[in-house]
Design a protein around this ligand. Structure first.
Ligand SMILES: NC(=O)C1=CN([C@@H]2O[C@H](COP(=O)(O)OP(=O)(O)OC[C@H]3O[C@@H](n4cnc5c(N)ncnc54)[C@H](OP(=O)(O)O)[C@@H]3O)[C@@H](O)[C@H]2O)[C@@H](O)CC1
Ligand SMILES: Nc1ncnc2c1ncn2[C@@H]1O[C@H](COP(=O)(O)OP(=O)(O)O)[C@@H](O)[C@H]1O
Ligand SMILES: [Mg+2]
Length: 275
């Protein structure tokens, strides 16, 4: 297990090339946010935009359209019940995020299945929250793609069958290999399992134990892997920076909210970019 440090940020966050445009920095499509969980997909989408994603589309419940436009005018909207009429939004994306606030009813399952059918093998797919629970409970097969799973410990228990108090490096690694995906096992000290290396987060604070913190992380990871070439490195950098911001803010705050992390991402990216 490799302990993460500031080095991961300096190695990952490069100076933006002058010869570039929005397409250079990643087209990201996020799917989630049922009518009760608008916040989850708005936080994930905001984190992606603030982490530098070039172009963001949010596919969500139609009741969330106004809230999304008001909170994040940078994001485009599409109805997540019309995936099959909007195949290009999935097929042309560099990174797809599915799950924040998606819910686990039949309609959520249908949306998830429709998205998974469209994923290409070279696309990066982040599977979070409800999508992990659905895959576990309905035994849905993962597509061929560059997959990143971001479970908290209970979601990992549902997916892997490993009880929370029995989760350890050896059994987690074995299951990650079987899934053939990067597994971000979230806890107060998140672990990242990849095919060749494993990393452990060394920063973070109980001040960040707030609903929406994982939704924010999923969007941040999307923003990073949409821009920075080395996927494993970019995933690790996003996780480290998410907690680093929380830890810094917690010096003056009793609690740190997801939107406060989001607002700080551009400043921290500038501060830690490759010298
Ligand atoms: N504003 C919004 O729109 C928000 C929307 N959200 C969306 O809601 C959806 C459901 O996600 P979820 O994580 O809230 O619920 P679920 O999957 O049932 O897991 C909770 C169960 O697991 C247990 N547990 C054990 N260990 C744990 C651990 N380390 N971390 C966390 N839980 C742990 C825990 O134990 P307990 O608390 O009972 O002790 C409980 O029994 C998802 O799509 C998400 O994106 C949220 O992000 C909130 C903000
Ligand atoms: N006590 C803690 N110390 C450090 N990080 C924490 C702590 N509690 C929660 N976190 C972080 O907050 C996030 C919680 O993710 P998750 O449970 O999926 O939240 P949500 O689904 O509500 O958005 C993870 O990134 C986790 O590492
Ligand atoms: Mg979550």
């Amino acid at each position: 297990m490799i302990n993460l440090s500031d080095k991961i940020l300096e190695e990952t966050i490069i100076k933006r090339p002058n010869k570039s445009y929005k397409g250079t920095f990643g087209r990201i499509t996020l799917i989630g946010g049922n009518k009760n969980f608008a916040g989850a997909i708005i936080m994930a989408s905001s984190a992606a935009v603030y982490a530098g994603a070039g172009l963001v589309t949010t596919m969500t419940d139609k009741n969330n359209k106004t809230a999304l436009n008001e909170a994040l005018p940078e994001a485009m909207y599409a109805d997540y019940k019309k995936i099959t009429d909007n195949k290009a939004l999935i097929q042309n994306a560099d990174v797809i995020v599915i799950g924040p606030g998606l819910g686990t009813n039949e309609s959520s399952e249908k949306i998830l299945r429709n998205v998974l059918k469209l994923i290409g093998k070279n696309q990066k797919l982040i599977i979070d929250g409800s999508a992990i629970t659905l895959i576990a409970k309905r035994k849905i097969k993962l597509p061929q793609a560059k997959i990143i799973l971001t479970p908290h410990q209970m979601e990992w228990q549902r997916l892997s069958g490993i009880k929370i108090d029995e989760q350890n490096y050896t059994v987690n690694k074995k299951c990650q290999e079987k899934l053939n995906a990067i597994v971000v096992l979230k806890s107060h000290r998140t672990e990242i399992y990849t095919n060749d290396k494993c990393f452990k987060n060394t920063v973070g604070t109980p001040a960040q134990a707030t609903g929406g913190m994982g939704d924010t992380l999923a969007g941040m990871i999307a923003g990073f892997i949409g821009q920075f070439k080395q996927t494993e490195q970019a995933v690790s950098a996003a996780i480290y920076m998410h907690s680093k911001i929380a830890e810094e803010l917690s010096k003056n705050q009793y609690v740190v909210l997801p939107h406060q992390i989001i607002n700080n991402i551009p400043y921290y990216m500038k501060k830690y970019q490759k010298k």
